[in-house]
Design a protein around this ligand. Structure first.
Ligand code: PXP
Length: 238
């Protein structure tokens, strides 16, 4: 059974729009897990534009909720992450001006820095993943970095599908990347821009073990409710 991580940053975005307490991301974490999500994903951004330190700490302290924390390579964010001890870490690139994470990490440029960060998380026994583009060179570098997992950035595939452009080449690139990573002993995850159609396409690649989905799930839930939408995704990932 493939696993589904629901990204609840958007609940914090909605709360912050009013500067009050509702909707509460902590309740959202509990609720998505009750609805069938395998874990929750949150991104503690350097500018704290959605999830803040207090949210991250409280969500990581919840019993029976597994947490995947996305972090940049920023030193103070890494120290925070080591302090609050999520179950899983996903290291992502971060650019202040972006609306959302735009692509995978530059592993070549940041190799030594990443090696040190991965070592710290390994020492703390936190499963660690790198958010990467599905390129052969990045997968080989991930192996050299001795990371547990990679999350493949599916944004290009999702954009091509949504704008009705040809997507087979990108799908094949993800498939090849997944098979290579798998053969090197790296667990593969997927995320970014996924909806029902792209998740269904990717679900044919059996070696993708986890899916991290945020914006579409929260948006679709405005109409159909989290329970129904999460169940639909779980069905696709059976
Ligand atoms: N995975 C990672 C590493 C991400 O940075 C994001 C975006 O925050 C997602 C998954 C979820 O993307 P989306 O909100 O487009 O489903």
């Amino acid at each position: 059974m493939r696993r589904l991580g629901v990204n609840i940053d958007h609940v914090a975005t909605l709360r912050n729009a009013r500067g009050e307490k509702h909707p509460d991301p902590i309740s959202a974490a509990l609720h998505v897990v009750n609805c069938g999500a395998d874990y929750v994903t949150i991104h503690l951004r350097e500018d704290r534009r959605h999830i803040n330190d207090k949210d991250a700490k409280r969500i990581c302290n919840l019993k029976n909720v597994l947490v995947n924390l996305e972090v940049s390579m920023n030193e103070s964010i890494i120290s925070n992450a080591l302090r609050i001890k999520p179950n899983y870490i996903c290291i992502v690139p971060e650019n202040r001006k972006e609306i959302t994470t735009e692509g995978g990490l530059n592993l070549k440029r940041n190799f030594n820095k990443l090696k040190k960060i991965i070592f710290k998380f390994k020492k703390a026994k936190i499963r660690t993943s790198l958010f990467i583009n599905p390129s052969v060179s990045d997968i080989k570098l991930s192996r050299l970095l001795e990371v547990d997992c990679v999350e493949i950035h599916t944004g290009k595939l999702a954009n091509n599908v949504k704008s009705k452009q040809k997507y087979n080449k990108e799908l094949q690139r993800i498939k090849n990347g997944t098979k290579l990573a798998n053969s090197l002993g790296i667990e593969v995850h997927a995320g970014h821009g996924l909806d029902y159609k792209t998740t269904k396409l990717l679900s044919k690649i059996k070696e993708i073990h986890e899916y991290n989905i945020g914006h579409f799930i929260i948006g679709e839930s405005v109409f159909y409710g989290l329970s129904k939408v999460i169940k639909n995704f779980k069905k696709l990932l059976k």
